[in-house]
Design a binder for this molecule. Structure first.
Ligand SMILES: [Zn+2]
Length: 475
């Protein structure tokens, strides 16, 4: 009996869905089965034998690889939508100066667990957690435990502490130690929790880079990443902080253009800098909803793609926008097409001719999945429905009132679907959402994150309209 149960739980057959594999060789497959054995995709094809497997009927539904969120400050989940009307400059001053120093380790745990559960619910099977809340070793432990407790795939990007006005995004690097990221702590987290580069949670380094740190701090952090054998993720070319200062050029001059580095936002890179990203094997993480809303600039996905640079989508901050992947897909599809339409209008194109070179829904779905996995540095194991890859799979309800009837299944996912249509989510071969409902109980995590919210709000006391407070001064 036990053996039978184990057999059932170790094998899952997804039957008869329209499978958008995001695998260049397999393509888009109607009426196709997927067999999962343990944590792996064991077969993709027609009429596969169930052979004792748990069967999930996906007839009429659309099956995709799980979404990849390539950059989110997950610790801010506790203060979701506290800053809806913020611009980037007021975000720096108020979220990072006022809220972050008040965070206790338990707030980081509550936020990370809740944020990662939110990902699972929305079909995001991999989250890159950009964790610049490493205020104490307990905070680091809590961040990792929060991700572990939620059970999704993640890349924990270890960052710097944010403990006071003197110790945040801009503050301390002019006269302080080079160890703004605590090297000893980074090494401890790497060896204690994240030494397995093929584990469910892997490690990266979350750095500020050349516009926000003096050169010896930058060099220390880049060399720390090299020593630990992990990728770097860094914000560049956003709003006025990055518009004129040439962060990529500075990295080149310091000989620090490492391959597989993620350049977040990248809204104002020059053509020369785009070439540096491409030639050094870098990639970009774009947060279109936040970039448009808060003033970072445009989300230059079409530019990156035209150069062959992998594009990942990301939600960035829950303080100011919704953080699901459907929002990002809608925002980038609309904004990148709007820019082309406007350019075409300005070029005086004949009114009876459609704007050329518009991005497509198929590009957008790639950015949300397989290219996101490239950006996260784990495309060898996730991001597509490919034989032998980890089973990170999402089933979209094709019969839902806002999805049916389906003509183009890619358009159904990118243009019509939303979180409510995420019917089944599988991470690493485990079902984490079934029949539209998370398997994990939300009661305890919700109580924790609401208690965290109460505590943090009591410390900061945000009032309606507080967003007009002090702008930060760029370094
Ligand atoms: Zn960010």
């Amino acid at each position: 009996m036990l053996e039978k149960e184990q057999t059932v739980t170790d094998r899952i057959l997804i039957r008869g869905g329209t499978v958008l594999t995001q695998d260049d060789e397999l393509g888009e497959l109607p009426n196709t089965d997927i067999l999962i054995e343990d944590d792996r995709i064991a077969a993709v094809g027609k009429d596969l034998s169930a052979d004792g497997a748990q069967v999930i009927d996906a007839a009429g539904d659309v099956v995709i690889p799980g979404f990849i969120d390539t950059h989110r400050h997950t610790w801010e989940t506790s203060i979701r939508t506290c800053a809806p009307d913020f611009a980037l400059i007021t975000y720096f001053a108020d979220i990072l100066d006022k809220f972050a120093p008040a965070y206790r380790a338990e707030d980081v745990h509550a936020a990370n667990q809740w944020g990662a559960l939110e990902c699972a619910n929305g079909g995001i099977t991999t989250l890159v957690d950009w964790s610049h809340i490493m205020n104490t070793p307990d905070h680091a432990d809590a961040a990792v435990h929060g991700l572990q407790d939620a059970g999704i795939r993640s890349v924990f990007a270890f960052g710097f502490p944010n403990t006071s006005l003197q110790d945040w995004w801009f503050g301390p690097d002019y006269g302080g130690s080079v160890e703004r990221i605590n090297g000893e702590e980074a090494r401890r987290v790497r060896s204690q929790y994240l030494s397995d580069d093929h584990g469910l949670i892997t490690m990266a380094l979350a750095t500020r880079g050349t516009n926000f740190c003096k050169p010896d701090v930058v060099r220390f952090e880049w060399e720390l990443a090299k020593e630990l054998g992990i990728n770097i993720t860094v914000h560049v070319a956003m709003d006025r902080f990055g518009y004129t200062k040439g962060q990529l050029t500075a990295l080149r001059d310091m000989d620090l253009l490492y391959p597989n580095t993620t350049y977040i936002h990248s809204s104002h890179l020059t053509d020369d800098e785009w070439a540096l990203v491409r030639d050094s094997g870098g990639n970009v993480s774009l947060s279109p909803q936040i970039e448009l809303q808060m003033g970072h600039g445009w989300a230059p996905a079409q530019k990156a793609s035209s150069l062959g640079i992998p594009v990942g989508l990301s939600s960035d901050v829950a303080t100011t926008s919704s953080t699901d992947q459907f929002t990002q897909m809608h925002a980038i599809f609309a904004s990148e097409r709007a820019r082309r339409h406007e350019a075409s209008w300005n070029e005086g194109l004949d009114g009876n001719v459609a704007t050329p070179d518009l991005i497509t829904v198929r590009q957008v779905l790639r950015w949300a999945t397989i290219e996101g996995a490239m950006v996260a540095g784990i495309a060898d194991r996730t991001g597509s429905i490919t034989l032998g890859k980890k089973a990170d799979i999402v089933i979209i309800d094709g019969g839902a009132v806002n999805v049916a009837p389906i003509i183009d299944p890619v358009a159904a996912v990118v243009c019509a679907a939303d979180i409510s249509n995420v019917q089944t989510v599988i991470v690493d071969g485990r079902i984490v959402k079934a029949d539209g409902k998370l398997v994990a109980s939300l009661d305890g995590p919700r109580r924790s994150v609401e208690a965290s919210r109460d505590y943090l709000v009591s410390k900061v006391d945000p009032q309606p309209g507080w967003l007009v407070a002090t702008p930060a001064t760029p370094a």
